[in-house]
Write a protein that binds this ligand. Sequence first.
Ligand code: GAL
Length: 931
Amino acid sequence: MIRSFHIIRCNLLQSFVYHFHKLFPLLKLGFVFAVLICSSLLALSQAFKTKIHAGRERVSLNNNWKFMRYDSDPDKLIYDIRPAITDPNDDKVADSKPTEAVSVSASEQVLKSWILPGANKFINDRAKHYQQPAGNPGSDFPFVQQNFNDSAWEQVNLPHDWAIKEPFYDGPNPEVGGGMGRLPSHGVGWYRKKLEIPITDKGKTIFLDIDGAMSYAMVWVNGKLAGGWPYGYNSFRLYLSPYLNYGGDNQLAIRIDNPNHSARWYTGGGIYRNVWLEKVSPVHVAHWGTFVRTPKVSASSAIVELDVEIQNNSAFDQSAEVVSSIFQLDGNFKPTGKAIAKFSKSLVTVNPGEKQKVANSTIISNPLLWGPPPAQKPNLYVAVTQIYVGGKKVDEYKTEFGIRSLQFDPEKGMMVNGKPVRFQGVNQHHDLGALGAAFNTRAAERQLEILQELGCNAIRLAHNPPAPELLVLTDRMGFLVIDEIFDSWERKKTPHDFHLIFPDWYEADTRSFIRRDRNHPSVIAWSFGNEVGEQYTADTGAAIAQKLAAIVKEEDPTRPTTASMNYAKPDMPFPATMDIISLNYQGEGIRDAPAYAHLRGIRTSPLYPAFHQKFPDKMIISSETASALSTRGTYILPVTYGNSAPVSDSTGGDPINKFVSAYELYTAQFGASPDKVFASQDKHPFVSGEFVWSGWDYLGEPTPYYSARSSYCGLIDLAGFKKDRFYLYQSRWRPDLPMVHILPHWNWPDRIGQVTPVHIFTSGDEVELFLNGRSLGKKKKDIYEYRLRWDEVKYEPGQLKAVAYKNGKPWAEEIIQTTGDAFSLRAKADRYLLTSDEDLSFITVEVLDTMGNAVPTASNMIEFSIEGPGEIVATDNGNPADLVAFTSTKRAAFSGLALAIVKSKKGAAGVIKLKVSSQGLKDTIVKIQRK
Ligand code: GAL
C-alpha cells in the first residue's frame, strides 16, 4: 500500500516537471534540478522506510567457542575494584548477622562507567540514566582483536561451567573453600567466537542474548566494548547491530570475572547458560515485551489481557498493526487446531528508537485451567502476536501462558482456581550436581521428576533467578514457584557478594528479572530477598525493602511480593513491607528446644501465632524449614531420644568421615527435624505450607563439615539418590500412596546383641515390625507423631519386615535383610534412548550380593568405560565428602550406589555401550541408543 502510493506520487511529480519545462524554458534548468533532488530524496527515504525485514530468527550461539582462564586479574579490564579479603574462612553459620559494606575506591581505570548505561532500559526515571563515557576501553587488548590467534585456547561449547571438571581443592586453606564447593569457580575467563553475519542481514536488528554468565560479563564486538551485565543470574541482551560487519566475519570476545567469596554456595564460573543471536526486523516485539494476565477466571470463561510492546529501531516513525490470537498447546506443547480466541487489531505509531505498548483483552470460554497436579492439570496456551508494517508481516512472537486464578488467603492458605493447595515445597539451588552450574534441560527435568515422585508441588528458587528453561519445565510439570532474586542487598554475607553492586544495579536487576519471568503461570510470587541484613536495621532496612517491593509491583501488580525473614519479628518495620509473610525457621522456633540450649545465635520461640496476629490479612509461608542434615545410608549410634537435635561431632556427626547420621533427626544449629516442623505446621493450620531446606543436596555450604564439597541438607543427595528423609516427606505429602520405609540398613556385623534402633516412615497410621519372623510389636502414630520408633531393638542378622496398616486395614509392606558380600553389579539407566545431543542418560549402579540383594554398605571402586558414539560426562556417588573430580571414570560406590552420566557425541548415532566393572565383581554393560 505505502509503496504504491509513493509510486503514484512520484509519477505526478514527474509529469508536472515535464509540463513546467514546456511552458517556461528559461527557468527550467534550476527548477528541474531542485525538484529532482527533492523527489529523489523523498523516494529514497520512503524506500528505506518501507524496507522492513520480515521475521524473527533465534539462533543458538552455543557451539564452538574458544576459552581460556586465569585465576587472577592480569588484564586489568576490571569492572570495579573489590575490597580485600581479610578473613578467608567461609564456614560461618548460615544465619549469622550480615555486616556492613566496606567501601573502597579505585585509583586505576575501571570499566564500570561503560557497562552501567546497559541498565538504563530498566531504570524508569530518565534523570537517573547513566551516560556513556567517551572512549573504548580494552580495544587495544589482544583478546578482543579480530586477528588474535586463539588456536591454543580450549574449544568449548556452551552452557559451560569452567570449574566443574577440575580437581577439588583438598586440605586446609584451600583457594576456594567448602562454602563455594572447593572448585576453581573464581578468576577471569575469556570466551572468543567468530560470527559470520551475511550481507542479507543488513537492515536487520541483531541482538546477543545471554541467559546467564557468572559473572561481571563484558562483551567486545570487533574490538568495541558493546556492554555487559555484572549479576551472574540475570539474563541480558546487547544490541549488536551498530558493531557488526555485515557480509563478513565478526569477532565476539567475552570477559567473565567471577570473584571468590561471592556467595555462600557454589556459583560455577563462565557462560553457564544458553546464548542466542536474535535477528528481528527494526520494528518488532520488544525484549520481554509481552505481558499476559488472567484477571478473571472461572470454569466457564476467562478474561485474558495481553500487553504488547512494539520497539522501533529504525530511523523513522513507523505505523504498526498488532494482531494476536490464542492457541491451545497439545501434549507436545505445540499449538493445536484453530485459534480459540483473537484479540482485536491495534494500530500504533512508534517513534524512532522508542517503544509503544498496546493493551488488549479477550475472553476464552470453557478454558482449560493451569493448576498443580495431582488434583489439577497444568494446561497451557500460547498467544501468537504478529506485527504488520505497511501490510507486510514483520514479526511473529509467541508467549506461552496458563489460565489460573491465585488467592493468598491468610486463613485457608494458597488457593489455585479456588481450590486449596498446601505448599509441599522445597528450596533448590541452581547447580545440577556433578554437571555443575552449566544448565542442561534434561538434568533439571530429572531433578523435578524425582521431586514430583516425592509429592513436592512447589519450588522456591534459592536465592536467584533460574535458567529460563527451568520455568518452562515448572510451567509444563505444574509446580508452584517462588521466584527469588537476591540473597543480599546493601549489607553483605560474604565479602564479594551482590552487595558490591546493589546500589547501582538493584533497579535494573529487579525489573529485568520480572519482565523475563512474568508470563510463567508457575510463578506465583516474587521474592526480592532472603534473610537480608536489612532485617536488622529497622526503618533504614525497611525503606530498602519498600523500594524493592514498589518496583516489583510496578512491573507486575498481579502477584504478591515477599522476602524471607529469619530475624525480623512481627513488631519490626521490615515485615510490613511485603504481601506474604515468608518465615525461615522462625515459625517452628529457632534454637528453642532443649538440645539447642547451649548454642549462640538467633533464638526464638515458634512465631507463627505472633505473625498471624500482627498481620491477620497476610498469608504466611514457611519459606525455609528444617535444614536437617544427613549423609545417605550412614547411621551413627547412639541415636538421640529427642525428636530434633543439632548435629555435632559427638551427636549425629562423624568428623573423621564427615558423615551426618541418616536417622534424620539432626539439624543445622538453627534448624529443626522434619518431625518438629510437621508438628508445628499441624498445630498452626493457617500456615500455607512449607519449603524444605533443601530438595536436593547442592554444591557448597557443606554444613557441618566445611572440608567437604557439597551440602547435607537435601532429601535427595547430589547424585539424585533418595535419602531416608525422602520417604518421611513422601509419607506426609502422598498420603494416598501405600508406602512404608525401614531404617537403618541391616548389615551390622559388629553390633550383634547391641541396641540398634529401627525407625519407620509410612503413609499408613500403624505398623507391626518383625525381626526374623518375631513380632516386635505394633505401634500407632500418635497425634503430632510422624515416625514410628523401635529404639530398643537388639541387632541380630537376618530380616526386618514392616507391615503397615491404615484405618485398621493392611496398607503396605517392606522387607530388608542382612546381605552377603559384594558379588556383582547391576546398572540401570533412566533412559535407554537419547534423542538429542543435549540429552543425558543417568545410570545408577548398585552393588549386589550373590542373592541379588543390594549391599547397602558397599564401597567398591567402580570403573566405567564407554564404546560407541557416547561419552561419560561425570560420575558421582552422593557422598558430600568425596573429593574425587566429577570427571573421573573411577568412582567408589557409596552406601552401595554410584552414578554415571552419559551423553552422545555431537551429531553421532548408534549404540553406546557403557561397561561397569569393579575388581573381583561380575561386571555389567548398559546399552543406550542414540537416535
Ligand atoms: C538458611 C539460608 C539458606 C541456607 C540454609 C542452610 O539460613 O537462607 O540459604 O544457607 O540456611 O541451612
